[in-house]
Design a protein. Sequence first.
Length: 324
Amino acid sequence: MTVSRAHHYVPVFYLKGFTCPKDREYLWVYEQGKPIRKSKPVNEAHERDFYAYEDEDGNRHDLEQPLSGIESTMAPLFRMIDDPNFRFHPEEFEGLTIFMALMWIRGPSGRDLVNQLSAQTMKTVMREYANDSEKFQRVYDDVVREQGGTDVSAEELRRSILSHEWNYEQTSPGYTLHKMFAGIPVISGILLRKDWQLLISEGDDYFCTSDFPVVNVLPDKPGQPGQASIGTGFGMPGVEIFFPLTRRTCLLLKDRTRRVSKAVPGKMVREINKFLMVGARRFIYASEKNSAMEKLFNKIGCKSVPGKNAFMRDPAPAQQPDQL
């Protein structure tokens, strides 16, 4: 059996929902500073061995197959969503929240966020140890005993940590993948408690999607009406969560709203697309080639960076509506 090494972090079936209306095999790929290109979904949003790693004994672990199983379960639901009479069954909505959580964390942005948070946690813990020289010496001795000698003394290392000269990077693929998927039930649980609306484009404007397609927007930053924050926490009061499902339909999750499907004008579709552009890591995917969209993406795209100005305890707005 041939094992695929091209691991898609945005599923092929999902990208098919954003293909051209007249040619369902292709979509348009936007990347900042590069010409728009036409491509097939199967050729996009993948990295070699993205979900694979080797353990300490050299055994290969590959999570691509179980992820493909989840995608096969969700694909039929996405094929029904564009039906005007579609309504979520409770079990379908629960499954969709799990898929949304997975889509938020499974790509390069999720990997980068996990590595950044892991590094920050390690640095915080090490500084706490470094403040107690005796405790630090015990930890240092244990590590040296387990991993071998070092040319740096305990006191030199302790002073380096306290002076903020010491740095740490999380580089274990297995650890990263474990942490990426460990938080899915927590995120899904938050999403499941929210109400939903299916937003359906009523005109000729289509929703785009991106390589980081779940975008959180806080419409009004506390004390600053009209100052939206993109990239806030899922559980923050008032947050609105957008997830394009197809080129025609976008899911909106928020607190205390009617669970309905409703037609929305082109202006709202374009505003949501702006949020997707800001939140993208590198690419957006659309069903049409549009020079105005290209120009806008080059201007505002990829401004929200998880771990730097997004998904922090109190993030500064990556972009604000009047800047878009």
